[in-house]
Ligand binder design. Structure first.
Ligand code: ZN
Length: 161
């Protein structure tokens, strides 16, 4: 199942949430959890500026879904996200039994952008979701929106987008 035009609004909302994170002094990542009926169930953005570097939106949505959704609802839900899940979030997603992932920018793209910006490597390897959670259906990147995300990361690291 490819990314459909009808799904772009969810991805645009992820970009908005990433911009909200940036405005709040945080790294620009945003994610939206959508049920089988297309309804937005929860959304969040990065909150690592608090000092807790596990406060990724995808991790938050995985834990929210475990508290609020049945296993069947989780399996039928989709997580849209501005950047591909990191290994921590991919593991949380798989452990709670969430369904498909659609990301705007891949971890490989993000790593390349950060290297160009002179940002040192993260403490966790940027493995693709499927290496961590092979049972999860993953779609992305979405070229229509990747430049928007690259520009937000450039702004976060003090460069003009
Ligand atoms: Zn993460």
């Amino acid at each position: 199942m490819a990314v459909e035009d009808a799904e772009l609004p969810y991805l645009r909302r992820c970009v908005e949430l990433a911009a909200d994170a940036l405005d709040a002094g945080d790294e620009p990542f945003g994610s939206v959890l959508v049920g089988a009926d297309g309804k937005v169930l929860a959304e969040d953005h990065n909150r690592v500026a608090s000092g807790d570097r596990t406060r990724h939106p995808e991790f938050e949505l995985a834990r929210w879904s475990a508290a609020h959704l049945s296993p069947a609802e989780r399996a039928a839900a989709t997580v849209y996200t501005s950047g591909e899940h990191c290994p921590m979030c991919a593991a949380a997603h798989a452990w709670v039994g969430l369904g498909r992932i659609v990301y705007v920018a891949s971890s490989e793209q993000l790593s390349g952008w950060l290297a160009e910006l002179g940002v040192g490597p993260a403490p966790v390897r940027p493995l693709p979701v499927q290496e961590v959670a092979p049972g999860v259906t993953v779609e992305g990147p979405v070229p229509e929106l990747t430049e928007d995300i690259r520009a937000l990361h450039a702004r976060f690291h003090g460069r003009a987008g």
